[in-house]
Design a protein around this ligand. Structure first.
Ligand code: DLL
Length: 442
């Protein structure tokens, strides 16, 4: 670590669990895990049914590796138990409910006791602190408020850390810019694509995004790349760190990234036990460093204990660095349900982001269109991407060729590239939709 990075951490008081040894942490995990599986079995009929069907009992969990013998939980389970069937406490003990939007099916509903909310706030506070935010700072929270866990989750964490929270929520970009200029926040919490929307709108108004008071951004809720981090850090003159989470497991703050290393989010393993399983054969639990699907078991949750939840997020586990006992997750390459299979080649939007952002003439604003031209049996992928404002139409045409070639080389797919006018593609208000599947429905 450099002198500067030591200074960055030395002014923060860490939670005791952040500085535990790995042995101490694993002992804590085991006792919490044993409690959680027994608690879930006794209180949630679905878990009792699943464990009994699998011929496994909570007392079979003697060491951490025994977790691999327990059945998985999926989004489908939460949908089938809609709305409150997964709750492990009576309704009067549930202090808050959140839910997914339900655009792709029945909403999934999650609940929190007062203690769950306090734990959640503590972990978001821990994540924000790791990312450079300090008590007393002004925090502009542009995650959406409401049933989505981003807004209220980030809000409570920033308050718990001792910050002044500006609860602007997502959208109303003009207003966001006015408040950033007037209130002079130190940090912003948003999805990476929404921060890009804000920066873009500032440029349109003649404001240099690098000139604001913002010093830190804590970004998550959707996949983003190192190239996007670079783009945002340079454009806005900030340090941008990752925050990860999902509602079924808690919300934001399951993992958070340290500003001094910026090498991936540390999973807060005193509250969650992660596993990586083979995405195609989940019965295979993979070792650290191997790529697969991330699976979580909660260790302290009361209202909604979750056992071996299959996130569909594809990544790998890496050793702890800034918080040595807490393993890091590699960047999420994508979700297994976001994977485009194009003529037998697997492709994720983040791969396109990575390649496109290395081509200076192209902007980070792109979308992927999947079509099946009439009379053809083959699917076609078109990358629609805006040229940078400073680039001529001719300059962009040669960049399009480069993008096409690079995608062919690095991903293995042939695609069409359509350069569009700056500002013409839909902007993000939160989680950005990258894929537009226009193929005829089977
Ligand atoms: O997006 C929680 C959250 C809010 C995280 C704000 C961070 C900041 P869900 O709406 O349930 O919860 O969506 C969870 O979003 O399974 C991932 O696919 C994706 N995701 C969340 N954080 C990241 C991240 C919130 N840092 C789903 N990188 C997850 C990549 C992320 N993907």
């Amino acid at each position: 670590m450099t002198q500067e990075t030591v200074a960055a951490t030395s002014d923060a008081v860490l939670d005791r669990e952040e500085t535990m040894s790995r042995d101490e942490l694993e002992a804590l995990q085991l006792s919490r895990l044993q409690h959680t599986v027994a608690y879930a079995y006794d209180r949630v009929p679905l878990y009792k049914r699943k464990f009994d069907d699998a011929g496994i009992h909570p007392t079979d969990l003697r060491e951490l590796a025994d977790l691999g013998k327990f059945p998985f939980t999926t989004k489908e389970d939460l949908r089938l138990e809609y709305p409150f069937g997964m709750f492990a406490v009576p309704q009067h003990e549930v202090a808050r409910i959140h839910a997914s939007s339900g655009t792709t099916g029945r909403a999934t509903v999650v609940g929190y006791t007062k203690k769950d909310l306090a734990d959640w706030a503590k972990l978001v506070a821990r994540s924000l602190r790791a990312s450079g935010v300090r008590p007393g700072m002004k925090v502009h929270n542009a995650y959406g408020y409401g049933l989505f866990t981003g807004g209220l989750g980030a809000h409570a964490g920033a308050e718990a850390l001792g910050c002044t929270v500006i609860p602007i929520s997502g959208g109303q970009t003009e207003r966001q810019i006015t408040l950033i200029q007037d209130f002079k926040p130190d940090a912003i919490l948003a999805t990476p694509t929404y921060l890009l929307t804000i920066a873009d709108a500032m440029v349109k108004q003649g404001i240099d995004p690098a000139s604001t008071s913002l010093k830190y951004a804590v970004l998550g809720a959707e996949p983003w790349t190192e190239e996007m981090r670079h783009e945002l850090e340079v454009t806005m003159n900030i340090k941008a760190c990752d925050i990860y989470g999902l509602s079924e497991v808690m919300g934001p703050g399951v993992a958070g990234e340290a500003v001094e290393t910026q090498d991936g989010s540390h999973i807060w393993e005193d509250h969650f036990r992660p596993e990586i399983v083979d995405a195609f054969d989940p019965s295979k639990v993979l070792g650290d460093g191997e790529h697969g699907e991330l699976v979580f078991t909660s260790l302290t949750k009361e209202a909604l204990p979750i056992i071996r939840y299959r996130t569909k997020d594809l990544t790998r586990l890496l050793p702890g660095t800034a918080r040595p006992a807490h393993r890091r997750m590699g960047r999420i390459t994508g979700r297994s349900d976001d994977m485009i299979i194009l003529r037998g080649v697997n492709l994720f939007p983040s791969q396109i982001e990575e390649i496109a952002l290395r081509i200076p003439e192209l902007s980070p604003h792109f979308q992927l269109e999947l079509t099946r031209p009439a009379g053809q049996r083959m699917d076609q992928l078109t990358v629609k991407i805006e040229r940078r404002e400073s680039v001529t139409v001719e300059g962009a045409a040669s960049a399009a060729k480069v993008l096409q070639q690079q995608i062919k080389i690095h991903v293995g797919s042939s695609c069409a590239v359509d350069i569009v006018e700056p500002g013409s593609l839909e902007r993000s208000n939160g989680k950005l939709r990258r894929i537009y599947d226009m193929r005829p429905k089977a």
